[in-house]
Design a protein around this ligand. Structure first.
Ligand SMILES: [Zn+2]
Length: 233
């Protein structure tokens, strides 16, 4: 057991507890990796974080003033990414959230567009929904981001005060009216005069992010940027 003196215990654990890639089952991966590098490379990167006027930024044009926005990956049906997001939301795979966050963090390190961000705010879930799931997936993603892209994370800055059902059947105006007053600011003193980065798992219509951003922008001298793990076409 001389080797045990040389290696930290966490590096020895995979020898006893086989560790597999979440999607292909390969065991060729580090003890803290969620996907093997082959699967990681297959994820469809958008490149949005790097340039102004990308489709996520355009989504908010004329709706609310967002400084910078972007999503790391394209979300498509029956894809590897859908599998990961499903695991995160419905199979209590918290590691999926930290993994996506770290990948966003690495992408943020490669651009200077988000350098003025002061702190991260995860898009809140309604407390009832969070209790049912046991966690807020946006929180896990944000925690993964700050592991590699160092910024303060304020997980309970906002509260979701109204329970909203699925938005997919509503048109855009309907959806916006439905989202009004859904979010309220719990810790304004921590947010005033700050550039805030709102974090969520997927952006589709942007209605929730827009409503949350508008609440944040009602505080004195705040600026808001947005980042998500995935973007749905
Ligand atoms: Zn794999």
């Amino acid at each position: 057991m001389r080797i045990a003196n040389l290696l930290p215990i966490r590096d020895l654990l995979p020898l006893f507890l086989p560790h597999h890639c979440e999607t292909c089952g390969s065991d060729v991966l580090g003890s803290h990796q969620f996907l093997c590098s082959r699967c990681q490379e297959k994820l469809p990167v958008t490149g949005f974080l790097k340039y102004a006027g990308n489709p996520v930024e355009k989504l908010f044009y004329g709706r609310c003033r967002i400084q910078q926005a972007g999503a790391l990956y394209y979300f498509t049906k029956d894809s590897l990414l859908q599998h990961i997001l499903f695991a995160l939301k419905y199979r209590e795979q918290k590691d999926a959230g930290y993994f996506l966050g770290r990948m966003i963090g690495y992408a943020l390190q490669k651009t200077d567009r988000f350098d003025e961000v002061d702190c991260l705010i995860p898009l809140p879930l309604h407390p009832r929904k969070e209790n049912r799931r046991g966690y807020n997936q946006a929180n896990l993603i944000a925690a993964g981001i700050v592991e590699v892209w160092r910024r303060p994370l304020i997980p309970d800055a906002m509260i979701r005060t109204r329970f909203t059902e699925s938005q997919t059947q509503r048109n855009r105006i309907d959806r916006w009216q439905h989202m009004q007053d859904v979010f309220s600011v719990a810790k304004p003193d921590l947010l005033n005069n700050r550039h805030l980065l709102l974090v969520d798992d997927v952006v589709t219509t942007g209605a929730s992010l827009e409503a949350c951003a508008k609440s944040l922008l009602s505080l004195p001298n705040t600026r808001v940027s947005i980042v998500t793990a995935a973007y749905t076409l």
